[in-house]
Design a protein around this ligand. Sequence first.
Ligand SMILES: [Zn+2]
Length: 90
Amino acid sequence: MPVYVFACHECGSFELARPMAEASSRASCPTCQSEARRVFTPPRLTRLAAPMRRALDTEEASAHEPRVVTEKRGRPLRQRREPVPPWVMH
Ligand SMILES: [Zn+2]
């Protein structure tokens, strides 16, 4: 469902998800229950592509709750042999 922005003159703006058909009808403010008008902004679609949504959520979360790595994961890197410079003749 798209999310629309409404404004209450007492409490300011709030967002509301509702069907597109009801986009322009009045809504009541969730705080004071008075009538709020729709603010015309481009509708923000809640159905964002899943990988994008996850990326945004991760980005948002890491800003205020950074995840700390406490243990090593995965396989250790294989020891590489010293690279032979191209000018060395065999
Ligand atoms: Zn209000």
